[in-house]
Design a protein around this ligand. Sequence first.
Ligand code: MLT
Length: 261
Amino acid sequence: MPTLGRLRYRETLPAAGQRRCGTLLLIHGFPLNSRMWEGQLAFAERGWHVIAPDLTTIVKADATVDDYAGEVIDLLDGLRVEDAVIGGLSMGGYVTFAVFRHAERYVRGLILADTRSEADTPEGVESRTRMLQLLKDHGPAAIADQMIPRLLGETTRRTRPEVAEQVRAIVLENSADAIGAAIHALMTRPDATPLLSSIHVPTLIIVGDEDTLTPPSMAEELQRGIAGSQLTVITGSGHMPNVEAPEAFNAAVASFLDRRV
Ligand code: MLT
């Protein structure tokens, strides 16, 4: 995988001579990495230059969503990308809001999957602090054990244990330092709600109907906050519809890209 600046990234390009639609930049959730977007890299075949950065190359203990956003913007600059449809799942959505806050001109459209605009509540911050201790004491495997039942929907866990194995393998690729950095970024992120009314680019909001971390009610709040945004609910999926229900997820994204962007 190539590295530019501090970020490693996956990239797929449309074939030579193919119609070019633009850039689709996809930002992963916690405690994952760009491999969670493997099922979306084929958007290159529809004419999109797909870029999926790995925020896990940032390992400083006091990382913030603004640090991550800065690295993403540097990556776009380094790849000479002037604007992109930026998609983020969960933590990736928090980083997407930070990119929008700092550099709106790079944002041609938004895909906000299983995410929310609010900061952590005080109880949420306490639970992140406990997670940091768990990570220190027992490492990434303990974080995978805690997170997988939250990341995947009930249907996926009951009927497709191989998906849980796949997600676990992705978590275990990440260093304890990278996971610790992400927990710090999550627990210090600002409230992005005031930003919502200033979003005027085409926006697709996606949520799994079995998502318990950022449930459909939160997606509905986002939709109410972003004028003209569109909401797609993916049935039978939890917090990771791009992995749990890639066909439905990709169909929603394809229709958004074809019609709205
Ligand atoms: C994620 O999926 O990125 C995290 O669950 C986000 C969070 O815990 O707030």
